[in-house]
Design a protein around this ligand. Sequence first.
Ligand code: NAP
Length: 330
Amino acid sequence: MAVMTRLFAGSALKLAQLPSACNYLVSACNYPLAQEIRDRTRGTITPGFPGPQPREPHRETPHGKRAPMNTDLTGRTALVTGSTSGIGRAIAAEFARAGAEVVVNGRGADRVASTADELRAETGGKVRGIAADISTADGAEQLTTELPDVDVLVNNAGIFSASPVFEIPDAEWNRFFEVNVLSGVRMARHYTPRMVQRGWGRVVFISSESSIFIPTEMVHYGMTKTAQLSIARGMAQEVAGTGVTVNSVLPGPTLTPGVEEFIRDQVGPDVPFEEAERRFIAEQRPSSLLGRLIRPAEVANLVLYAGSDAGSATSGAALRADGGVAPSLA
Ligand SMILES: NC(=O)c1ccc[n+]([C@@H]2O[C@H](COP(=O)([O-])OP(=O)(O)OC[C@H]3O[C@@H](n4cnc5c(N)ncnc54)[C@H](OP(=O)(O)O)[C@@H]3O)[C@@H](O)[C@H]2O)c1
C-alpha cells in the first residue's frame, strides 16, 4: 500500500510532465526495481519511471540534419556561486546569454551588485545578485532563504593558495574544506531535492584538474577538489532517473585575475604577459596539450552543456576542460 501511495503521490506538475499514462503502468509492473530504487534513495524519489524527457531530445531540421544542441535556458533560473570574478563570472555570462535568469553571488554586496550590472549590460540578459558568504551555515541559509529554488546550481565558489604540505595548520585545512567543499554541499543539499520534486534540474560542481593530478604545492586545495568529485558522483547516484543530473567540471590552469597576478609576480613586470604565459605553461604545466592558459569562457562552454538539456545523458561524470594537462586517459 505504501508503495502504491508513493507511485501515485507525485505532484500535479510531475503528472503533467509524464509523456503518457503508460509510465504509471510501467511503474506498477516494475515493483522490484521500484522497491530497490526506493530503498536506495530512502524514499526521496518516486520510483519506476524514467523521469521527464529533455524538452526537444531529437531535434531535426526539415532536411533531416541535426539542429544545434539544445542549450536554451529560457525560463530557467541559474545560481552561480562565486561569480563576481574569473570562471564563475564567465559561466554567469554564458548562462545569461543562453536565456537563463542568472543569480550571481560573492561575499561583498557592492561587488555583487556591480557584477550583476555589468553582466546585464554585456549580455542583455536577466541578472541579479545575492551577497552571502556561503562558507558559513548562516551565509548559506541567508542565500537559500532569499532564493528558495533554482533549476541550475553551479557550485563554483572556491579559493586556492600554495603552501608546503607539512606546514599547513589545522585551521587552514578546515578553511579550505569549508569554502571549497561544505559550501557546495550546503547548496546542493537544499536545492537538489527540490529539483527532483519538479522533475528537472542540473547541479555542476566546479572542481579542478588538481582533483586527479594533485599539485605538490597545493595538497589541501587538491584534497577539496577530489572531495567534490566524490560528492557529485554520490549525489548523481542518489537522484538517478529523476530528470536531475549532477556532474563535476574540471578546469585546468585558467586565465583568471588571480592566476594572471600570480604569473606576473613570478616573472616580473617587464616581461609581456603573452611571454609570461608561455613560460609558465612550458615550465610549470608542461603536460598541457593546449600550450596556453585556458580562457574562462572555454570552461563556461562545458558548464553550459552540463547545465542545460544538452547534457541530459551525462550524470555522475567528471568532465574535463583542462587543456589535457592531467595525463590520464579518463
Ligand atoms: N583559475 C584556475 O586556474 C582554476 C583551475 C581549476 C579550477 N578552478 C576552480 O574554479 C573556481 C573559480 O576559480 P577562479 O580562479 O575563477 O577564482 P576567482 O577569480 O578567485 O573567483 C572566486 C570567486 O569565489 C567567490 N568566493 C570566494 N569565497 C567565497 C565565499 N565564501 N562565499 C561566496 N563566494 C566566495 C569570490 O567572490 P568575492 O571575492 O566577491 O567574495 C569570487 O567571485 C574555483 O572553485 C577553483 O577551484 C580554477
